[in-house]
Design a protein around this ligand. Structure first.
Ligand code: SAH
Length: 414
């Protein structure tokens, strides 16, 4: 058999994406349902981190305080990672709580924390003001600390191999809810609660890298995600003073939003979750492929590179007998090389099985062959590690279970 590109398809077992143990939501025409719009729920409380510096001043004045207090509050939040009035001794005692709670309401209540044996990976389960649950994962690597953040409670993209997708979209997160995950992680690090630090390392530490690979499709919550990104890169104390290069925005491939992101002039790292180089399979594996096809998504990724000069990542979860065939590696290399050289690298990741999933990760020999073929074709390819797997904190495993919901209901409201 030959594909439309003329690549010879070796006969091999072809497992098709189908769901077992859970049922995928379908639309009126029987296709996997896609949810782009956030269901209407009560708005999260507004927070200093939702505002621009000018808006913060206006809000402080509205509450009857002098405008310069805004900068003091931002300094506490973005450089000392605190929103506790007790820590803010530079603010007059009278009215302090009113001011602080007025601008920094509680956004995330910690429900549960799971750590790996070494303690160098921590998964947090957070409850939002309305009871919605989200997770973030903090990981120490040599020379960097990465936080995997959520951008939505749930996800509307319905990818059958991803645990988050199975429950659908609860709602978009606000910019401040996204940023609060980083501030809370920085507080945990400052308190010495993230393990794996070398004894002789006395450097001040904080989150250096952010990946939008937690729950949600970041580009389906575009404006709030962009406000969060802009605040991450704004210099302290206006923002977190992070480097844009250390921030990775990962998407299923919402093409118009990819173009918009490229025009923002913020050189974040861009990752496309491709997972299949052919529409036949990708239509089923990534339901949004019914809107934007493989070639359109790859063209948008290439344009992202041209505008930003930032090398793009292609994410590829290797699923046994489904998308791990040698001919697919060749077809992927061919499609990437057709769009130029040196603009892209591929990040295969062994599938992390999710509850109810009947699929497994590819055999190591098959993974290695997949990588070898891409590398031989001149595409830099490195397998991504599956950190946090033992605490269900690896890619695609983030989900709020019924247990979590019970725990969240029992957790005290701070
Ligand atoms: N919605 C965005 C970001 C969230 S998922 C996106 O799809 O890119 C982050 C990455 O984890 C994506 O590449 C996603 O395809 C991948 N992923 C999802 N489920 C997975 C699983 N079970 N095993 C391995 N990777 C998975």
């Amino acid at each position: 058999m030959t594909s439309e590109q003329g690549t010879v398809r070796a006969t091999g077992r072809q497992v098709r994406p189908r769901t077992e143990g859970w049922s995928q939501k379908l639309d009126g025409e029987g296709r996997p349902a896609l949810q782009f719009a956030s269901p209407k729920r009560g708005k999260p409380p507004v927070h200093l981190a939702d505002f621009t510096p000018e808006e913060r001043v206006a809000r402080v004045k509205e509450l009857g305080f002098p405008g310069f207090r805004a900068k003091q509050l931002a300094t506490h939040y973005f450089t000392h990672y605190t929103s506790d009035p007790v820590d803010m001794t530079d603010l007059p005692q009278a009215g302090r709580e009113e001011l602080v709670y007025g601008l920094m309401p509680n956004l995330l209540t910690e429900v549960r924390r799971l750590a790996t044996d070494k303690g160098d990976t921590i998964k947090f389960l957070w409850r939002l003001h309305d009871g919605a649950l989200v997770e973030s994962v903090l990981m120490r690597y040599p020379g960097r600390i990465t936080l995997c953040v959520s951008s939505q409670a749930g996800c509307g993209m319905n990818c059958p191999f991803c645990a988050t997708g199975q429950a659908g979209l609860t709602r978009n997160m606000s910019a401040a809810e996204i940023l609060e995950q980083v501030v809370r992680a920085n507080r945990v690090i400052a308190n010495g609660e993230l393990g794996g630090k070398k004894k002789d390392d006395h450097s001040m530490e904080r989150v250096s890298n952010i990946v939008f690979m937690g729950m949600g499709e970041p580009l389906a919550n575009y404006n709030r995600v962009m406000h969060a990104v802009k605040t991450m890169v704004a210099p302290q104390p206006e923002g977190l003073g992070m480097s844009a290069r250390g921030i990775t925005v990962s998407t299923v491939g919402l093409v118009p939003a990819i173009r918009k992101l490229a025009d923002e002039d913020i050189p974040v790292t861009f990752a496309l979750s491709l997972h299949a180089p052919d529409d036949e399979l990708r239509d089923e594996l990534i339901p949004v492929n019914s809107r934007w096809k493989v070639d359109e998504a790859l063209d948008a990724a290439r344009e992202y590179f041209e505008k930003t000069k930032r090398r793009v990542s292609i994410e590829y979860a290797l699923i046994k007998d489904m998308n791990d065939h040698p001919w697919r590696a060749d077809l992927l290399a061919k499609k990437l090389n057709a769009r130029g050289r040196g603009w892209v690298h591929v990040n295969p990741i062994p599938l992390n099985p999710t509850p109810g999933s009947v699929w497994t990760s590819s055999d190591v020999a098959v993974q290695n062959e997949f990588v070898r073929r891409l590398n031989d074709a001149g595409i830099p390819t490195t397998i991504r590690d599956t950190r946090g797997k033992d605490i269900d904190g690896a890619c695609g495993q983030l989900v709020a279970t019924e247990d979590d919901k019970a725990a969240a209901e029992a957790a005290p409201i701070v």
